[in-house]
Design a protein around this ligand. Structure first.
Ligand code: TYD
Length: 211
């Protein structure tokens, strides 16, 4: 499963709660995040969050980090039958690099095919077996509400410091991605009080027959 939303959407507590629920149900849970999740990908994370770079470089680094994460962590855990909970995944690249930065959507789709091909380490565009989350929880809320939640929380990174219009575009990117894969997405109204959001998250997971 993956968890998505603009900065300030409040994903973290709900991801932790779900991890606890899966563990209580006897499952082994891998809690991970993107960009990051491996030593190499965490180095890439530090670069993309703090170093100036162009949109193509940024997109390529996101996918490079993702490929390493899939090979080292996600694919092996899934093969062992474990539950993988990933704080952000490819939809964030479409929303932030595609929607927010304006990077070409079709080019991102090609990179997705390369980076997430389960079969070929030397991936090609044959699209043999694309790894995607079984369920993506999208914490959706107006950027103005998210900005209020983030205000003063910490020193902002290269994304958190963007103006409101950037997050409008990121949100539109998520909406486009959700429309392209409606069966995979569960949209949650993240402007509700935290408990109500938690109830909706649990319902979305249970709706898949889990927990
Ligand atoms: P985030 O989950 O917000 O981490 P934290 O809660 O520690 O700030 O993720 C970091 C940022 O990376 C976030 O602003 C979104 C951005 N991002 C992209 O731009 N593209 C991507 O593909 C991913 C995975 C994240």
């Amino acid at each position: 499963m993956s968890f998505e939303g603009i900065d300030g959407a409040g994903k973290s507590t709900h991801i932790d709660a779900l991890a606890g629920a899966f563990r209580a149900a006897g499952r082994t849970v891998v809690l991970t995040r993107e960009p990051g999740g491996t030593p190499l990908a965490e180095k890439i994370r530090a670069l993309v969050l703090h170093e100036p770079m162009g949109p193509l470089t940024e997109a390529l680094l996101m996918f490079a980090a993702r490929r390493d994460h899939i090979e080292q962590v996600i694919a092996p855990a899934l093969a062992r039958g474990e539950v993988v909970l990933c704080d952000r995944f490819t939809d964030a690249t479409f929303a932030y690099q595609g929607g927010g930065r304006g990077f070409d959507w079709d080019s991102l789709s090609k990179l997705e095919l390369l980076a997430q091909d389960r079969q070929a380490p030397e991936a090609n565009l044959a699209h043999k077996d694309l790894l995607q989350p079984d369920l993506t929880i999208w914490f959706d809320l107006p950027p103005a509400v998210a900005a209020e939640r983030l205000a003063g929380a910490r020193v902002p990174d290269r994304f958190e410091s963007q103006p409101a219009a950037f997050f409008d575009a990121v949100r539109a990117g998520y909406a486009r991605r959700a429309a392209e894969a409606p069966a995979r997405f569960a949209r949650i109204d993240a402007s509700q009080p935290r408990d109500a959001v938690g109830v909706d998250v649990r319902a979305a997971v249970q709706g898949r027959g889990w927990l």
